[in-house]
Design a protein around this ligand. Structure first.
Ligand SMILES: Nc1ncnc2c1ncn2[C@@H]1O[C@H](COP(=O)(O)OP(=O)(O)OP(=O)(O)O)[C@@H](O)[C@H]1O
Ligand SMILES: O=P(O)(O)OC[C@H]1O[C@H](OP(=O)(O)OP(=O)(O)O)[C@H](O)[C@@H]1O
Length: 235
């Protein structure tokens, strides 16, 4: 299966003036942290947006020119890169993984703070010099980030692609290492792993589609300004 990271240049109809802008927001933990920012930016989505059990995915807001859609965190970048949504909020981890050339990330929102790290079983930590190996198995949901990280050290990463519970992989013989998000470190600790290398520090970003920014600069620019002001308000 081919994954498009260079997206077609034709703007979809939703980037044309006159239709509401669509803002893609991630379900889950970022959305919880984002709520005060949305409120300070003056965005009030329809009532059932707050209900994560609601089966609706697209919601009107108090602004006739803005709708919000609630999608999986990894999919926010894909919706925005393809112009299906013109604005979004997304972790830098996801942006690094996909490296979409159609996404511009003008604002660091300072939420969703964590890091992408390499970890290994505490019992084996410090015993081997990974840079001396030619290949290593790595369980992760970030195959591109992991591959780039190890390739830069001359090591070929053989990726075991998981969508969660990476921490189980070393003890069950699925991989030697994992690459995953770490915040407090408690998940690693609870699973007998230690962080050995920080690949990148992560926060969430306001992202926009580059073509939409060219075709609707006032509307999108106004939302960037509002989010910046909302961050200043909350400081
Ligand atoms: N422990 C954490 N602390 C802070 N931020 C985190 C943490 N884990 C993830 N994040 C940030 O939140 C984003 C979404 O993570 P979350 O765990 O809510 O989604 P997910 O498990 O990838 O979603 P799903 O599998 O349901 O699609 C990540 O891309 C990252 O930027
Ligand atoms: O360092 P910590 O504070 O323990 O946080 C790290 C954990 O948070 C994320 O998982 P999440 O809780 O989102 O669950 P998931 O595996 O379903 O994505 C991440 O994948 C780690 O497992």
């Amino acid at each position: 299966m081919e994954t498009l990271t260079t997206v077609p240049s034709d703007p979809p109809p939703s980037t044309e003036a006159g239709t509401p802008l669509v803002m893609a927001l991630p379900k889950g933990r970022i959305l919880a942290e984002l709520r005060p920012l949305l409120a300070h930016a003056g965005i009030t989505p329809a009532v059932d947006f707050q209900d994560e059990d609601s089966r609706r995915l697209r919601f009107e807001t108090n602004h006739p020119g803005l709708d919000v859609v609630r999608v999986r965190p990894f999919d926010v970048a894909t919706f925005v890169a393809h112009g299906a949504a013109q604005i979004g909020v997304c972790g830098a981890d996801v942006l690094m993984e996909f490296d979409y050339d159609q996404i511009y990330a003008p604002l660091d929102l300072g939420i969703g703070r964590c890091r992408v790290s390499v970890a290994e079983p505490a019992t084996r930590a410090g015993k081997d010099e990974i840079a001396a190996w030619s290949r290593v198995t790595v369980a992760t949901k970030y195959p591109a980030i992991a591959q780039r990280h190890f390739a830069a050290r001359g090591v070929q990463a053989e990726i075991v692609h998981l969508n969660g519970a990476m921490e189980l992989a070393p003890s069950l013989g699925l991989s030697r290492l994992i690459v995953d998000l770490v915040q407090t470190g408690s998940t690693l600790k609870a699973n007998g792993l230690v962080e050995t290398d920080v690949i990148a520090h992560v926060t969430s970003r306001l992202i926009v589609n580059r073509t939409a920014l060219k075709t609707r600069p006032e509307a999108i620019g106004a939302w960037i300004t509002r989010f910046r002001a909302a961050m200043d308000d909350l400081r």
